[in-house]
Design a binder for this molecule. Structure first.
Ligand code: SF4
Length: 320
């Protein structure tokens, strides 16, 4: 494997740790990650790792993004994913698939503090990590959780959400369950995981991780996202919900969101180009400015999930 590291990271502790751990890799020192990451590189070759410095890690999340009444932000600390979900926007969003990690954690923390200072302090600040990657899956490399979970514990009125399809919870179990972090697992039926969420942790392993973290006192959320209209979807999702009822005590889950595949017009054209044979895409219909499943399909699922999880606890993501 090749690791590209920016020369500016020569004295960065996390970079040193990663390079020592991977001393058998080919290490190439570079001036700027953009010289590699912004170039078109054959998407079929083995993924490389790029270690870099950056700034402007924080982006505003849209007003309608998930928890109502919060100041919501994306924390962009890494780009690209070790997993390979067919429907993912990472299929077209960047020019290559190399795993890019930004390692100047102190700058990142200062940006979080400065961002909070500018906001109304009567609203909760919520930072979503793993929007461009899966931070838990790569935690052994980056130490993201041991760096940022304790940091968020020092902040008032501020939450961190780490969304994941990984069962890599071992580092989490070494620390005391925090108040300000929620680990949010994406769940889908095994039929969907096996067909479309390549390299991700199996459904049963994700459920096992959920229960282990709950027993250790963690805030655990569940994201049914994206629900997809596969063949026999009614039966498959009904069986899935019955299975979960038996496996997970939802009264202990801190938050639940459900949502469908959703693309803007431009994104839909991009994913069609990247994955022309992906059957899921041909189930979507134009609905105002988006492509998504039919209204009646979505409504049937909302009703089912509400019955199952109880309406109050089950939030709908990006739909009206
Ligand atoms: S786990 Fe998330 S970020 Fe990674 S490929 Fe799948 S959808 Fe994309």
């Amino acid at each position: 494997m090749i690791i590209y590291a920016e020369k500016s990271l020569e004295s960065n502790l996390q970079a040193k740790k990663i390079l020592e751990k991977h001393s058998n890799s080919d290490i190439i020192w570079i001036d700027n990650h953009k010289n590699i990451f912004d170039k078109n590189i054959a998407l079929t070759r083995e993924k490389s790792i790029i270690l870099a410095k950056w700034k402007n890690f924080i982006q505003n999340a849209p007003d309608w993004y998930w928890f109502a009444g919060t100041n919501a932000f994306f924390l962009k600390n890494s780009i690209n994913c070790v997993f390979d979900c067919d429907y993912c926007y990472l299929k077209w969003a960047f020019k290559n698939y190399d795993l890019l990690f930004f390692l100047d954690y102190e700058t990142m923390k200062n940006e979080v503090i400065e961002t909070i200072k500018k906001e109304d302090n009567w609203q909760v600040n919520r930072f979503y990590s793993s929007d461009y990657s899966d931070n838990l899956a790569t935690d052994n490399l980056t130490d993201f959780t041991s760096e940022f979970i304790p940091f968020f514990e020092t902040l008032e009125n501020t939450k961190l959400e780490i969304r994941t399809k990984s069962n890599n919870i071992w580092n989490l179990l070494k620390i005391t369950a925090p108040k300000n972090t929620e680990i949010a697992f994406s769940l889908n039926p095994s039929e969907v995981v096996e067909a479309y969420e390549h390299k991700t942790t199996s459904l049963d392993e994700r459920i096992k991780s959920i229960n282990t973290l709950l027993d250790a006192g963690w805030n655990v959320g569940i994201r049914f996202l994206p629900l997809v209209e596969i063949e026999n979807y009614k039966e498959i999702y009904d069986n899935f919900l019955n299975y979960l009822k038996w496996k997970i005590d939802f009264s202990r889950i801190s938050s639940v969101f459900i949502g469908w595949l959703l693309y803007t017009n431009d994104d839909y054209n991009n994913i069609l180009k990247a994955k022309p044979l992906l059957d899921l895409l041909y189930k979507l219909h134009k609905d105002w400015d988006f492509y998504r499943e039919n209204r009646w399909v979505r409504d049937r699922f909302y009703t089912k999930f509400w019955e199952f999880i109880k309406e109050k606890k089950c939030n709908i993501c990006l739909d009206n």
